[in-house]
Ligand binder design. Structure first.
Ligand code: BTN
Length: 247
């Protein structure tokens, strides 16, 4: 992969910049990095903001030509690569909360947002922008709504963590895992083995419904969450999951 790196200290969102670069023909592997986003995006239309210079904020352009139903595989690749990069950089065991949250010590340390565009015929993904945000040195102690649910690598590791080292590991792992995916080797097993709460009673919240049941696993290829309820197995493509006993 070619890797043009575009660094912009302050911008709206690395996702927006990367999508624009994609439209102007920049190659696969183009990566945007920023210190601060004024309109950072999270999953399900949420916003994502971190104080300037305290997080790793990046978006990577991919042109995978895979069927749209496999789009989740890109998020899996990115989540696994990010978890491996965190562990390689600061030795902090990292889990994945379905579908794309990075968890350290039971709290969210980062997240992945994959935004895709279909080919004109609609049969393959023409482009995907994979955005990764990792809290490196954000101090959540003064934020009551986040201090028990979010964490930084700095706090988890008990020492300073280099964003450059983290990014270097991330780029290496992501490239390797992405090449494996294109060669037909999914990282689904590795992704599933890092998933939190399989076998536990969870609550899944979607815009349409809230369902309680046992998270029994994920579907092959799509990565959809399978939850055993009193009405049988339900399949979720998207949504928020929380541990039932905590809520
Ligand atoms: C989530 O947890 O909902 C996903 C968060 C993804 C945030 C990253 S930060 C870099 C990139 N640019 C964005 O606007 N969002 C992603």
């Amino acid at each position: 992969m070619a890797h043009p790196l575009v660094y912009v200290p302050r911008l709206t969102s690395t996702q927006t910049l990367t999508a624009r670069l994609a439209e102007s023909g920049w190659p696969e592997g183009t990566t945007a990095l920023a210190e601060e986003q004024t309109a950072g995006r999270g999953r399900l239309g949420r916003s994502w903001w971190t104080p300037p210079g305290q997080a790793l904020l990046c978006s990577i352009l991919l042109r995978p030509a895979i069927p749209p139903r496999q789009a989740q595989q890109l998020t899996m690749v990115a989540a696994v690569a990010a978890a491996e990069a965190i562990e390689a950089t600061c030795d902090t065991p990292t889990a994945i909360k379905w579908p794309n949250d990075l968890y350290v010590q039971g709290r969210k340390v980062g997240g992945i947002l994959t935004e895709t565009r279909l080919s004109i015929r609609g049969d393959v993904l023409e482009q995907a922008v994979v955005g990764i945000g990792i809290n490196v040195a954000v101090d959540f102690s003064s934020q009551p709504e986040l201090q028990h649910t979010a964490i930084s690598l700095h706090a988890a590791a008990g020492r300073e963590v280099s964003r450059i080292a983290l990014f270097t590991h991330l780029a290496e792992r992501l490239e390797r895992r992405y090449e494996e995916l294109l060669a037909g080797r999914s990282c689904q097993d590795i992704w599933s083995s890092r998933l939190l709460w399989i076998g536990e009673e969870v609550k899944v919240i979607t815009p349409e419904e809230t369902v309680v049941g046992i998270a029994v696993g994920v579907e092959e290829t799509t990565g959809a969450l399978l939850v055993r309820t009193s009405d049988g197995i339900k399949t979720f493509q998207a949504g928020d999951v929380v541990l039932h006993r905590q809520h």
